[in-house]
Design a protein around this ligand. Structure first.
Ligand SMILES: Cc1cc2nc3c(=O)[nH]c(=O)nc-3n(C[C@H](O)[C@H](O)[C@H](O)COP(=O)(O)OP(=O)(O)OC[C@H]3O[C@@H](n4cnc5c(N)ncnc54)[C@H](O)[C@@H]3O)c2cc1C
Length: 573
């Protein structure tokens, strides 16, 4: 029996990484299909990004990718996969210029790309699109290129439920058509997994609904390995109060890049410099792990703001300067009754990005031949803490590479299609069409709230062995409770089936974070343990998570290192 659809390369997820992967695969002559459970190029984190992209393009001041690499490694607290980090930094300028050629509209000044300084970067390195339009501009530009490319088909509203492996090699995938609730089988010689991150697992997050950890769960169930799952990045200055409608909770970062701003405790004092980082008034330099920890400690010491965070103040900045920097955004704030010249706003950490993820080699291939990964799905390049702007660079660079190497790999692949190998995955979906189950409907919505609450409380900014153990027990109970297939889908668009597949992925991903966090008995970067407050140099290794049957195992692996010379900046221009 043949598959419903046949292609050379299947790309799962159409954020920046997926769209770049699909473009690269197609322009390397592979017949390519790009699928998304949302609309193509309109779901996930990419379109939500408002800030900056890091790349040593040397337009604002002399720079070189080795300096970007130095900053990335410093920020990663000793755990970066240096090979991947070097690729990210070396190839980011190529992708930024390519997007410029495609008329993305990077902000310009005196005929050069404007670059701002972001925390942890030693130079003015981050490009952006005004005003807070970086992500929408990236998504629009890549969508246009995707639309113009031959041998590249697209399918929206197709939720990939399983990557199918036969004889230990990828042979395609099975998806749920969200319009009809029926299974779709896809035969592919290579699959690129670019289904984004996991921050929706946390109560306070900057995520959209489709960021529940599908990448990691799909990879695990296909037999691939995950790396350093404990490192969830908390963005320190997520909006907390007053109420803000229709604007992004992490929008205060660009304000700080351009205008500085002061982070204050309830006593009106700046405090980040008390936590090991010399941040001076009006200069925004503290990396995310340090700033998040500092806010947490101020609140614990009783010096938090009324809503439980810190104050961010721009009161010292004249309105004309605010308007020159943010134009129409100032009016949108006014509609929310926020006047930055009169009052500080309250901010606190919010789950924002995942440094861990699918383990790949420098070709972006996983341990399963034919299965590639790209974007936020991939772990390792950013170690224990990511620099601002590196996530979009990573999505472009790793996406392009994954598509290119997937296209190159199809030459060597034999046709492994076997209808039998898809049977379990297809049956999961058809079972949902025929059975009645108490798991359909509100049961899963309630379970998601419970999961988000427990991840926030027990697996969030400050962790302990006891909290991690009880969280893992609860997550395992929930994994058992949801069973082996979705409940009845009695609505159009198979809503309860989607919820079930989302929940299955979220639960296994949550357990992978917890299992890794239990194993790392130290504090490092984004992983802070109340019971092990110090960094332990003996634990300078990566943690690898695998799925054996229904159980997760975590093992240690040596770091991937790479030597390089810092190129002097006089020679860099
Ligand atoms: C609010 C916000 C602001 C940010 N700002 C910045 C910034 O300024 N600079 C920066 O560098 N980074 C920023 N980041 C991080 C950065 O945007 C992301 O890391 C990056 O866009 C991830 O791209 P991606 O292509 O890997 O994933 P995404 O853009 O998240 O795309 C993943 C896609 O996969 C689809 N998908 C998921 N599961 C499935 C499935 N089972 N089947 C089919 N499709 C599936 C989703 O629908 C989605 O469209 C921000 C993130 C957020 C949330």
């Amino acid at each position: 029996m043949t598959a419903d659809v046949t292609t050379d390369v299947l790309v799962v997820g159409s954020g920046a990484a997926g769209m770049y992967a699909a473009l690269a695969a197609a322009r390397n002559n592979a017949d390519t299909i790009l699928v998304d459970k949302s609309l193509i190029g309109r779901g996930g984190a990419t379109i939500m990004a408002q800030m900056t992209v890091a790349a040593a393009v040397s337009e604002q001041e002399p720079d070189h990718w080795t300096h970007h690499l130095r900053d990335t490694l410093d920020s990663g607290r000793g755990l970066c996969n240096e090979e991947l980090a070097a690729i990210l930094c070396e190839e980011a300028p190529i992708r930024i210029r390519e997007l410029d050629d495609w008329k993305i509209g990077w902000a310009r000044e005196d005929n050069h790309m404007k670059q701002v300084m972001a925390p942890g970067h030693g130079r003015e390195r981050c490009v952006y699109v005004d005003f807070l339009n970086t992500g929408p501009a990236v998504a629009r530009t890549l969508r246009t290129q995707v639309g113009r490319t031959g041998n590249l088909r697209r399918a929206s509203e197709l939720l990939i439920t399983n990557i199918v492996v036969n004889d230990d090699q990828v042979m395609g995938a099975v998806g749920l058509s969200m319009a009809t609730g029926t299974p779709v089988t896809i035969q592919a010689k290579a699959v690129v997994l670019a289904a984004g991150g996991l921050t929706r697992l946390y109560r306070r997050n900057s995520a959209s609904v489709n960021m529940g950890g599908d990448s990691y769960a799909l990879a695990l169930r296909a037999g691939a390995e995950l790396i350093d799952m404990e490192f969830v990045q908390f963005f320190p200055i997520g909006h907390l109060a007053p109420r803000l409608v229709g604007m992004d909770p992490i929008m205060w970062d660009p304000f700080r890049y351009k205008l500085g701003g002061r982070l204050l405790n309830s006593e009106g004092d700046e405090f980040v410099h008390n936590y090991g980082h010399l941040e001076t008034s009006d200069k925004y330099t503290a990396p995310r792990d340090v700033a998040s920890f500092a806010i947490l400690q101020e609140v614990a010491a009783g010096r938090g703001s009324p809503a439980g965070g810190a104050y961010l103040s721009f009161e010292h900045i004249p309105e004309t300067t605010l308007r020159a920097a943010f134009g129409p955004v100032i009016d949108r704030l006014a509609a929310n009754d926020i006047d930055l010249t009169r009052r500080g706003i309250e901010v606190s950490p919010i789950a924002h990005y995942h440094m861990g993820g699918v383990r790949v080699n420098s070709n972006m291939e996983t341990s399963v031949p034919g299965l590639f990964a790209a974007g936020e799905a991939v772990g390792g390049a950013n170690g224990a803490n990511r620099l601002s702007g590196n996530a979009l660079s990573e999505a472009f660079v790793f996406g392009e590479r994954a598509g290119r190497f997937a296209a190159a790999a199809i030459e060597k692949r034999v046709n492994l299609w076997s209808h039998d190998a898809t049977r379990l995955a297809v049956d999961e979906i058809t079972a949902g069409l025929h059975v009645n189950s108490r798991q359909s409907g509100p049961g899963l919505a309630g379970m998601l709230v419970t999961l988000q609450e427990l991840m926030w409380r027990d697996v969030g900014l400050l962790r302990t062995a006891n909290n991690l153990t009880s969280a893992r027990t609860l997550v395992r109970d929930m994994r058992r409770e949801i069973g082996n297939h979705p409940g009845a889908s009695d609505h159009r668009f198979a809503i309860s089936m989607q919820d079930w597949f989302d929940m299955r992925n979220s639960l296994i991903t949550a357990e992978a974070i917890i299992a890794s966090a239990q194993t790392r008995t130290e504090s490092r970067g984004a992983h802070q343990r109340d019971d092990f407050p110090l960094t332990d140099p003996e634990q300078t290794y990566n943690l690898i998570t695998c799925l054996n049957g229904e159980d997760l195992s975590v093992t240690k692996a040596p770091l991937v290192s790479k030597s390089f010379d810092l190129i002097p900046l006089e020679a860099a221009e």
